[in-house]
Design a protein around this ligand. Sequence first.
Ligand code: C2E
Ligand code: MG
Ligand code: MG
Ligand code: MG
Length: 289
Amino acid sequence: DKARRQRLSHERYVEGQDEQHLRQLTLIRDLQEAVNKNELWMAYQPKVDTRTGRVCQFEALMRWRHPTLGFVPPDEFIGLAERSGNIAMLSHWMLGHVCQQIHLWKTQGHHLSVAINLSASDVTDPTLPQRLNKLFSHYNLTPDQLALEVTESDVMQDADAATETLLDLSWLGLKISVDDYGTGYSSLAQIKRLPVDELKIDKSFVLKLDTQEEDLTIVRSTIEMGHNLDLKIVAEGVENSASAELLSRLHCDYLQGYWIAKPMPADAVTSWLADFKPLLLSGSTTTNK
Ligand code: C2E
Ligand code: MG
Ligand code: MG
Ligand code: MG
C-alpha cells in the first residue's frame, strides 16, 4: 500500500544519506594521509593558442586514488577539503609538486607554462605570494611558467583580501585567470577591478556550442566584451572540431578540451607534445607543415 511504499522509500533515502555521509567522513579522515601515502598526483591538460594552433600552457588538475574507494573526483574531494579545513594542506603540496615538475621538464629541455587552480582560502592567504616567490627561486622558474585560475565566487567571498593577494601575485609576474566564467553572479565591471588577465568561459557554455544558438550568443558576446576590456579569453570543454572552429572564428584566444587532449599524467606530457601536430584553425596565422 501507499503508506508502506512511502516508508520504504524514506528508509532507502535515509540509508542513502547515511552512506553518503559515511563516505564523506571517510574521505575527510583520509585526506590527511593521502599526501604522505602518495595517493595524490597531478594530471596536465593542454591549452592551445588559436592563432598558432600550438600548445601554450597546461592546466594542472589534482587526482586522488583512495586505497579502498578508488578514484575520487576533485569536484568531490576539493569541496570536502575546503569545508573541513584541509585545503591549505592540499594546495601546499600541489604548489611544491607542480613547481618541481616544471623544473623537471626544464631539465628535459621543455620550457612549459602551467596553470594551477586556487581555492577561496588560498586567494586570501597573504603568505601565498612569498611562498611562491621562494618556490620560484628554489626551482629556478620564471613567472611566465606559472599561472593561476581562480573562480569569481571564490574571489568575491572576500574581495578586498583577495584583491590584495592577487595584486601581489600579479606583481610577481603571474597571470591570473577567472575560471568557470559565466556561472557566478559578478559583472565584468566588478571583475575588471581585480588584477586579472584572462577569462575562462565555463564549459557549460562551450560543450554544445556547435548546436545551441543561445550558447553561441553568450560566448560571442563574452569574447567581445572581454577583448574590449583587454582580457584574453579561454574556452574550456571544447569537445569537437566544430566548436573549435567556431571559437577560432570568434577570435577566442585559447582552447582547452577533450578534442585536443584529456588531462594526462606528467610523464605522458613530453611524448604527447612530441606527437602533437599544430591545429589548423581558420583563425590561424601560421601554415603548419
Ligand atoms: P576546472 O578548473 O574548471 O577544470 C575543468 C574541468 O573540466 C576538469 O575536471 C577537466 O578535466 C574537465 N574538462 C576538461 N576538458 C573537458 C571537456 O572537453 N569536456 C568535459 N566534459 N570536461 C572537460 P576535473 O579535473 O575533474 O576538475 C574539476 C574541478 O576540480 C576543477 O574545475 C577545479 O575547480 C577543481 N580542481 C582540480 N584540481 C584542483 C586543484 O589542484 N586545486 C583546487 N583548488 N581545485 C582543483
Ligand atoms: Mg581550472
Ligand atoms: Mg573551469
Ligand atoms: Mg570548474
